[in-house]
Write a new protein. Structure first.
Length: 730
């Protein structure tokens, strides 16, 4: 059906109880008199071509179902959503659906005054902006909340945790930032949690493990960090879909994932995970989709994958996997997509199953593969039986032994010839400088216990940082292993650090040496070795961290004098970089986590992965340089003008230094859960000064002052009592 709705419909049908024209082709606007039909309990106008402004509906106080989904309603005006406030008297409303229209502007706060009978709230696929009203928790019976594909921003309000009947929460493709609120632990009946494609930060809250009925968890395309905790992704979940892709998770994959017996979809691609892939998939026999591409997984595809016979897509590309392609993959009858590209697989490529389809199988970037269907254009395999292979290996072993013996003979001869020179150098064998000059891949491997995760002390812009012990425990260093898969990591970072190695200042982290070679698999390997800071970084001292047993680690106290000393150290380092180098250097990523502390709690500025060398002494980059930089660093620490394409300058570091000062003396993060209405730390302090300094300064500094005053009073009282006692004795 088509045409327009009668303009007098509210008058001609005053007693109508249900009006539905869904799934037609009506055009025009919703008539204003519709509100006169005060007996309406169902108004369903879904899936038409209606447009314009929605009129006031204040007389529809009996309405239970209101649906205008899939129209062209809304015109972007200031009062686009004002009709929502006319429905606050609808005390029986259970469903409100205005999704898939053109509504813009901020969501009116009156929405939190909707009836507590409301069960379904659909606002998705519009252009609604700004924040979710903080008192959204008033809608205590809400079971389904859809706000995806809008322009909402700010923190996800913690009051959502009051919606303890919520089963489906969908906020994907908005601009939410800050941490995932820990209050979600109260949503114990939550089935689907969609937070895909926002700007969320921090770790997955451990409290999320209390949501034991989760069917779907989608946190992809955010800026989440830290380890994937086995306590969160545990056996208590009923997970069918788990998507953590395109974040910044590090560490090994929890083995608990392998016992999610209902799991059908797993995507952990584009993170910084390492170690072995699901060594024992165990009960994941329902798995159909597995994407682990663009991580740092190593080793072989385990034979236990043979139990995943329901796989339809498998993508472990762009990792460090090795070994032969397991033949059982050609027997997976449901496998329609297989991407093994850019690993270190070797041996013969199977020819059955998915391997018969070149458009479904991708194996490029593995230089040692052979065989397969002709379309792959791989060389023929040289050895087709085990006897030949064993013979070849034996010959190689014999040749290797002879080579080693010859090498040992040559080394002994050289030692005899140059024994005098070696004796002269023996006295300096324990010197760190000489030790670093003779570094090898094996020595770095030994120093870090094989780059063991327990020695991992940080993740930088271009790689992983490990604690290393050289020379049998005499020298402790930090070893940064570069992520060569990241664009620009090798050339850009090494070039800068080579220059920075020649810069000397007592408040800069010293780069001892740069190592560039290959690992034992023949892959490029590049690392930086610099001095180790025993006391970690400033951020760890300012902010408590939550450990896995949920006991908050005791806060380390930094006295006022220590904080002043540290920020002076940082200022000295910046002054040196900006004004006393051959070419001024911009750090470009100054923040508390990049200020390292030595044994005496002196501050040292480190992590120069994003540093910029100015071309002249004018304190500005050329236009070409600035345009290629884009906005990097950490959001919030760089000045706002960087975001609109302004040239990078030393003044940007000064802005970052100001933010660092605020965090140091308030002990609050740049974006903290305590801030509301779009405020951040900078705005909050600016609004409070100068009269409200007591309200923003770190309370421990005030306690420190109070304790000092009490101690001085005690000393004064004791001295007074001693004087009185002396007088009595006299």
């Amino acid at each position: 059906m088509h045409g327009s709705l009668p303009s007098n419909i509210g008058f001609t049908l005053p007693n109508i109880a249900r009006f539905s024209i869904a799934n037609n082709q009506f055009i025009g606007s919703i008539p204003n008199p519709i509100s006169n039909a005060s007996n309406l309990y169902d108004l369903v106008l879904n899936n038409n071509k209606l447009s314009g402004k929605v009129p006031s509906l204040e007389k529809l106080y009996k309405i239970t179902f209101f649906g205008i989904t899939l129209n062209n309603l809304g015109n972007g005006g200031a009062s686009d959503l004002s009709f929502l406030c006319s429905l606050t008297n609808a005390t029986y409303m259970t469903t409100f659906a205005i999704n898939a229209n053109n509504f813009e502007r901020e969501l009116p706060k009156c929405i939190v005054n909707f009836s507590t009978t409301l069960d379904t709230l659909y606002l998705d696929n519009n252009k609604i902006s700004r924040k979710i009203p903080t008192k959204i928790g008033n809608l205590i019976n809400l079971g389904d909340l859809q706000m995806w594909q809008n322009k909402l921003s700010g923190d996800i309000p913690s009051e959502i945790g009051k919606l303890n009947k919520l089963q489906d929460l969908n906020l994907i493709e908005n601009g939410f930032f800050g941490n995932i609120p820990s209050s979600l632990e109260n949503l114990t009946v939550l089935i689907n949690l969609h937070l895909y494609k926002n700007d969320l930060q921090g770790k997955i809250p451990l409290t999320l493990r209390k949501c034991q009925n989760l069917f779907l968890l989608n946190l992809a395309n955010n800026n989440l960090i830290g380890f994937i905790s086995p306590q969160v992704i545990g056996p208590s979940f009923s997970l069918v879909v788990l998507d953590l892709s395109s974040n910044q998770f590090i560490g090994v994959l929890p083995m608990e994932i392998g016992i999610l017996k209902n799991l059908e979809y797993l995507n952990i691609s584009e993170n910084m995970l390492f170690g072995k892939i699901l060594a024992s998939p165990g009960n994941c026999v329902k798995l159909e989709f597995l994407d682990i591409r663009r991580n740092f997984f190593q080793g072989i595809i385990p034979p236990s994958f043979g139990s995943l016979r329901g796989l339809e897509k498998l993508d472990p590309s762009n990792n460090n996997l090795s070994g032969q392609i397991l033949e059982f993959l050609e027997q997976f009858v449901f496998l329609k997509f297989l991407n093994l590209s850019y690993n270190h697989f070797d041996g013969e490529v199977p020819m059955e199953g998915v391997f018969k389809n070149m458009s479904a199988t991708f194996i490029n970037g593995n230089g040692k593969l052979c065989g397969g269907i002709p379309e792959f254009q791989l060389p023929k395999c040289k050895y087709k039986n085990s006897k030949k292979i064993k013979l070849t290996l034996t010959l190689k072993l014999i040749i290797s032994i002879h080579s080693v013996l010859f090498g040992l003979t040559l080394v002994i001869s050289l030692l005899l010839l140059f024994s005098l020179r070696l004796k002269r150098k023996a006295n300096n064998s324990n010197d760190l400088g000489n030790l670093l000059l003779n570094l090898s891949y094996q020595s770095l491997l030994n120093a870090t216990d094989g780059f063991l995760s327990t020695n991992l002390i940080g993740v930088g812009s271009f790689g992983f940082v490990y604690k290393g012990i050289l020379n049998k425990g005499d020298n402790i260093v930090a070893v940064k292993v570069l992520n060569l898969l990241r664009h620009g990591a090798s050339k850009s970072y090494l070039t800068k650090c080579e220059a920075l190695r020649n810069i000397r200042h007592h408040n800069l982290v010293k780069v001892h040496t740069i190592y560039s070679s290959v690992d034992y698999q023949g892959n490029d390997f590049k690392a930086l070795v610099y001095e180790f800071m025993e006391n970690g970084n400033l951020d760890e001292w300012l902010q408590p961290t939550q450990i896995t047993n949920e006991v908050l680690e005791e806060q380390r106290n930094l006295s006022l004098l220590l904080r002043i000393n540290i920020v002076i150290n940082v200022a000295n380092a910046l002054d040196y970089l900006h004004h006393h180098c051959q070419s001024p250097i911009i750090h470009y990523d100054l923040k508390p986590s990049n200020v390292l502390l030595d044994d005496d709690m002196n501050g040292h500025v480190g992590d120069f992965g994003l540093a910029r060398f100015l071309l002249d002494a004018t304190q500005y980059c050329s236009s070409n340089q600035s345009s290629s930089i884009r906005v990097r660093g950490t959001i919030g620490y760089n000045p706002p003008e960087y975001g609109i394409g302004n040239e990078v300058s030393t003044y940007g570091d000064v802005y970052s230094y100001g933010i660092l000062l605020l965090e140091t003396f308030t002990r609050k993060r740049l974006i903290d859960n305590i801030f509301r209405d779009g405020l951040n730390l900078h705005d909050s302090v600016n609004a409070t000064l100068p009269k409200g300094i007591i309200d923003i300064i770190d309370p421990t500094l005030l306690w420190e002052r109070k304790e000092e005053d009490m101690r001085m009073n005690d000393i004064t009282c004791n001295e007074g009592q001693n004087e009185v006692q002396k007088d009595k004795n006299v």
